[in-house]
Design a protein around this ligand. Sequence first.
Ligand SMILES: NC(=O)C1=CN([C@@H]2O[C@H](COP(=O)(O)OP(=O)(O)OC[C@H]3O[C@@H](n4cnc5c(N)ncnc54)[C@H](O)[C@@H]3O)[C@@H](O)[C@H]2O)C=CC1
Ligand SMILES: O=C(O)C(=O)[C@H](O)COP(=O)(O)O
Length: 375
Amino acid sequence: MRILADQNMPLVEEFFSEFGEITRFAGRELSPQQLVDTDILLVRSITNVNENLLTHANKLKFVGTATIGTDHVDQTLLKQKGIAFSSAPGCNATAVAEYVISSLLALAQEDGFNLQDKTVGIIGVGNIGSRLSKKIAALGCNVLLCDPPKQAAGELEGGVSLDTIINDADILSFHVPLVKEGAHQTKHLLNKHNLSQLKDNAIVVNSCRGDVIDNQALLEFMQAGGGLSLVLDVWENEPTIEQALLPYTRIGSVHIAGHSLEGKAGGTDMLYQAVCQQLGKPATHKMANFLPEPEFTEVNLGNTFSETNVCQLVHSVYDARRDFGLLKQGLNSVGFDSLRKNYPGRREFSTLTVKCSSSANAKRLSQLGFNVIEE
Ligand SMILES: NC(=O)C1=CN([C@@H]2O[C@H](COP(=O)(O)OP(=O)(O)OC[C@H]3O[C@@H](n4cnc5c(N)ncnc54)[C@H](O)[C@@H]3O)[C@@H](O)[C@H]2O)C=CC1
Ligand SMILES: O=C(O)C(=O)[C@H](O)COP(=O)(O)O
């Protein structure tokens, strides 16, 4: 069997060698000719799987994307052609939620406020939004949730409208899929019209898809004196991003919010499980066997739980400001895609065991995602 896999997908050889010959490709450069005689295609978010790419796909049986987002894949076309498809829902949801928590704690520390005094609006309450909501609640913040599709289906109690979040939230974090049409379209959810209705000094976090915020409208708003604090992991027109936004960005990165080692490896693992199912073979490999030991494994917290302690704990595992440093240093020298390819990686909070002596604190730390031992 011939397997084509994105060069930035980890552990493909470890998981897939038993099925056939693996060839790697650069995600933005895959040509239709490369799909001749290919049985399995494994992509990441930067490869558009469309009519043009499949022109010569004479043997293709399975397409997998090791990502949560699927806006780069024409699933209707795959169905018409009888090609099986799988994505990796939830694979890096924890990583994205932790990126947001790390960024917010950094801004709170720098600006001298407590997150627990803030109202956080989460737009999109799926795998990422719901995990983030749990972590944010552990910090004692007031949380507003907005997910119209879920609200319409009766799947989210107490949900509010986007307008309510725009008007009332101190912090807004977007976790919706990119949808360009229909009743619940998300392209430019934050736009020229509603930017001006945000609270002064609101914090806006985008770690879903760049197009969810109108970047030109955002730039004009900031150039006109808008006082927002911006945390931007995703941008319109990646990899050619609007660099004029950088001076207005408090924390920025190259679309790596989901790139914890666990999140990236988890995407490959989920595709492996899907291919095994497709081929009727048992799944024998486990992701945990391929991950290295974390650098720091244990901390003793005693019975304290202040935001300062939590900030230290979180940043000992991952400080998103490191990634803003990488962006600022490397964007014009090595470029956006190269920064992503050579991302130094990071671990998730669960790799750190926190010993603590109060059960209330143990509960909150565990809600944040740490591995907690109550002593
Ligand atoms: N920056 C990064 O590295 C990553 C970005 N992502 C992006 O994050 C997105 C969300 O991921 P998950 O939470 O795992 O997806 P999910 O599918 O579990 O949840 C998305 C939620 O958004 C809701 N939604 C849809 N339209 C909406 C609207 N107009 N307003 C409010 N809510 C709406 C859906 O009902 C759903 O509950 C992905 O589609 C992907 O584009 C995902 C992983 C990593
Ligand atoms: O899962 C998603 O959706 C993402 O956006 C990924 O975490 C990042 O995607 P890649 O570009 O690394 O495939």
